[in-house]
Design a protein around this ligand. Structure first.
Ligand code: AHR
Length: 548
């Protein structure tokens, strides 16, 4: 949090002409051509070429991961209503939310925090519900934590939506022994006391924990540690917190251990990454690390003052300008990682990202409730594009957060539920899960508002696992439509077919009374004179397949 607040403000954000669809090796065939000049402002058509004969790195489906923290109505009311609720549920978990999330093919869910994780004691959340300790949630409003949603409920939830578990263990106020016991409880198949307890709690088979976060923001809410101190903790946890799941031990799906990484771009964050990565390079056999976390919120000023709805074009362009800093941030930390891990074995895991605005008026400020507008849908596409371009190093990311908190995918109000523009962009981008990057060349053009100049258009292309070619294009300009003049090299393309999302205003939102204000609509383009003209409305996100 603190790190994000300290971001330096930048007035102009144009992509560099080094287009990193996957690092240096791919620079030769991946390029964004910028056209910066006064005449660019009037440009109405943008030439875009996809070279279908070339392939870049795989876009790991884990970049579409999500984050569900015990915070406000993120878990309670958002996911968990309890088995006795009138809201339709399966073992206490909302059916509507599960159905919506299943449709997104969520690859992994990070839980239980966030800051909450470093004050969470897992034993409070297992066993008969009426015997569980009732505790407090000091980070987020100081409210009561009933612990009715604990380990077994979380594993049930991710089972229902078909996601993998990304569990964050308590380093700040816990012990290595407590975390080791939790993993034994979760994963052992041997008849230990903890295995017997898990079976008695309804789950005889060992659970699979695919990802383990060792601490959260240990430089701030996770314990105010220095990099050296955190590193000493990480080594201990990495050694003793073991995964016993027999299927994982035999297969190639070992549990991935993720260390706390940087929270910004300034020198102190570079030092953090240096410290951890240097130690990784010289590590002995007895500890390992497979991922380095990075947190980066799109926030201007601290505490967050920008409104999530009811804003004008100035705030629209400032927020998009800010969010594009993600590219520089990844580039800087990836360069440090390259020094110590040139084979890119350690993933950069952007496990908290998204827009952080002022809390909605009259809401509990500790609950981080904000609206989600068309601007957030566009911001989502821009960040997913950045992750895809860094696919060689960024192999996992988690939007903050899943339900009712910050840049939420889903919002609930008692029995009602809406899907936000962010949700719709995640759904439109489904074909990019696990797809192979394809080089796309285009003239980004410029969009200027006041002293901010942004690329007018952003795009990525990829071939999905079934062989279909996909193109995602965003028109950032809120005033001017643009025609994409697409050429597909190495393929006999006849049409483009897919979906486009826009709305009347940059701050248009879905509400419980008008849930379909910002939703994708069908779009297509057919071949004309060897070119595929795709018209993009102002402020829109479009995803199309290339049809032969
Ligand atoms: O997502 C909200 C909070 O932001 C998380 O708990 C913390 O890790 C970050 O500062």
């Amino acid at each position: 949090m603190a790190g994000n607040a300290e971001f330096a403000s930048k007035q102009t954000h144009l992509p560099s002409n080094r287009f990193p669809i996957g690092g240096e090796l791919l620079l030769t065939f991946a390029l964004i051509l910028l056209f910066i000049g006064s005449s660019a402002i009037a440009q109405e058509s943008i030439a875009l070429t996809i070279d279908a004969s070339k392939t870049g790195p795989k876009i790991d489906r884990n970049i579409f991961g999500q984050f569900a923290e015990h915070l406000g109505h993120g878990i309670y009311e958002g996911i968990w209503v309890g088995p006795d609720s009138k809201i339709p549920n399966t073992r206490g978990i909302r059916n509507d939310v599960v159905a919506a999330l299943k449709a997104l093919h969520v690859p992994n869910v990070r839980w239980p925090g966030g800051c909450f994780a470093d004050e969470y004691h897992w034993r409070n959340g297992v066993g008969p519900v009426d015997k569980r300790n009732v505790t407090l949630n000091p980070n987020w409003g100081g409210v009561i934590e009933p612990n009715t949603f604990g380990t077994n409920e979380f594993m049930d939830f991710i089972g229902q939506i078909g996601a993998e578990a990304y569990v964050s263990v308590n380093v700040g106020s816990g012990t290595p022994n407590e975390a080791a016991d939790w993993l034994e409880y979760l994963t052992t198949a041997q008849p230990t006391t903890l295995e017997t307890e898990r079976a008695a709690n309804g789950h005889p088979a060992p659970y699979k924990i695919a990802y383990l976060g060792i601490g959260n923001e240990s430089w701030a809410c996770g314990g105010n540690m220095t990099a050296d101190y955190y590193l000493s903790q990480f080594k201990i946890y990495s050694r003793f917190v073991r995964n016993y799941n027999p299927a994982q031990q035999q297969g190639d799906q070992q549990m991935m251990k993720i260390a706390v990484g940087p929270g910004g771009s300034e020198a102190e964050w570079a030092d953090w990454t240096e410290t951890i990565m240097k130690a990784y390079q010289s590590r002995p056999w007895s500890w390992d690390m497979n991922g380095l976390s990075m947190h980066s919120y799109t926030v201007i000023k601290w505490p967050p003052a920008y409104a999530s709805v009811g804003f004008a074009e100035a705030e629209y362009s400032q927020i998009l300008n800010k969010t594009l800093e993600m590219d520089d941030l990844i580039r800087k930390h990836a360069a440090i990682m390259d020094k110590y891990d040139p084979q890119k074995k350690v993933a950069l895991v952007v496990d908290e990202w998204g827009a952080w605005y002022a809390p909605l008026p009259d809401s509990n400020p500790g609950f981080l409730i904000q609206q989600n507008s068309l601007r957030d849908g566009i911001l989502t596409a821009l960040n997913l594009n950045i992750f895809a371009r860094h696919a060689d190093r960024v192999r996992m990311a988690n939007i903050a957060q899943m339900v009712n908190v910050l840049q939420a995918m889903i919002m609930t109000d008692k029995e009602r539920m809406i899907m936000t523009p962010t949700y719709h962009v995640f759904k439109m981008y489904l074909p990019f899960q696990g797809a192979s990057s394809i080089p796309v060349m285009f003239n980004a053009g410029t969009y200027t508002n006041g002293n901010i100049t942004l690329p007018r258009v952003d795009a990525i292309a990829a071939r999905d696992t079934k062989g279909t070619l996909w193109l995602a294009v965003t028109n950032l300009d809120p005033n001017r439509p643009v025609e994409i003049d697409a050429t597909i090299v190495g393929m006999n393309a006849r049409s483009l077919v897919g979906e486009m999302m826009t709305a009347a205003k940059v701050d248009s939102v879905n509400t419980f009374d008008a849930p379909n204000t910002v939703i994708p609509k069908p779009v297509s383009a057919t071949m004309q004179g060897g070119r595929l003209p795709l018209r993009l409305p102002p402020k829109s996100v479009t995803v199309v397949s290339v049809e032969q």
